[in-house]
Design a protein around this ligand. Structure first.
Ligand SMILES: Nc1ncnc2c1ncn2[C@@H]1O[C@H](COP(=O)(O)OP(=O)(O)OP(=O)(O)O)[C@@H](O)[C@H]1O
Length: 251
């Protein structure tokens, strides 16, 4: 599809001899939330990491096929640092750096050459506001990020990802370590951010996929079984495997 933000064609991924992704084809439109669901070990995280080449860091990984972002093959022509600036990532466990809240957010922009204090101050405030954290931390910016609650730390990690002004945000089970209230805040935040960003989120929770995503992709044993509009996939799945999974018959 021509207007895809992310276009994946015939993607296979091997860990050594093990084929973890099998001929994945998917087009993801700009903006909105795409949820990746499926039972443990089906390849959701592996697929997510192909979108910013995080698998490059794993030994013995072999990838065939094509991943295009904005029509550029990310395994061919693009500089990995530029790619990771454009495609931010948030992980399962909040992982703030052991430094102040301010420095956590300023870290990315500084590493991309921004030194001016006023510019950094503005970026820090904007990113924290975007991540719905500013009001809670504006009086303690110089305090350690490790003193924040788990939910605040996860929003800090989202703010840190936003600070380098990405287009795409990858989230790998971002609420699995959080309580229900912190989870709700992250979900509300994701819904707000999807107006401006293309978000791809791995979730174990079908309820979460149903609450926040526009489109859902169901994976099973390394294959993409079904992909479509979330409400339709959950109410009227095309494939039997999808129906079995969403009705709790396996997984
Ligand atoms: N670094 C690795 N080396 C070898 N095999 C791996 C590696 N990472 C993942 N795998 C295997 O690839 C398959 C897919 O794993 P992946 O983590 O992508 O699944 P997942 O759907 O995200 O699972 P979960 O929901 O449990 O996180 C699994 O069989 C897993 O054991």
């Amino acid at each position: 599809m021509d207007n895809s933000k992310i276009s994946v064609k015939n993607l296979d991924l091997f860990y050594g001899d093990f084929k973890a992704l099998k001929n994945i084809n998917i087009d993801i439109k700009e903006k909105g939330i795409t949820a990746l669901i499926g039972p443990s070990g089906c390849g959701k995280s592996t697929f997510l990491k192909t979108l910013n080449r995080m698998n490059d860091l794993v030994d013995n990984v072999k990838i065939n096929g094509m991943v295009k972002i904005d029509k550029t093959d990310i395994y061919d022509t693009i500089d990995v640092n530029e790619l990771r600036k454009k495609v931010g990532m948030v992980f399962q466990k909040p992982n703030p750096f052991p430094m102040s809240i301010y420095d956590n957010i300023a870290y990315g922009p500084r590493s991309h050459g921004i030194k001016d204090k006023k510019t950094l101050d503005e970026l820090v405030e904007k990113s924290l506001r975007n991540a719905a954290l500013w009001d809670e931390v504006k009086d303690r910016l110089k305090k350690s990020a490790l003193g924040l609650s788990g939910g605040q730390q996860q929003r800090l990690c989202i703010a840190r990802a936003l600070a380098v002004e990405p287009d795409i945000l990858l989230m790998d089970e971002p609420t699995s370590a959080l309580d229900p209230i912190a989870t709700l805040k992250i979900e509300e935040l994701a819904i707000k951010l999807k107006k401006d960003y293309t978000i791809v989120i791995v979730t174990h929770s079908m309820q979460q996929a149903g609450r926040i995503s526009d489109n859902t992709a169901f994976f099973l044993m390394g294959e993409l079984i079904e992909y479509g509009i979330t409400t339709k996939l959950f109410s009227n799945p095309i494939k039997k495997q999808t129906e079995d999974y969403i009705t709790g018959r396996f997984g």
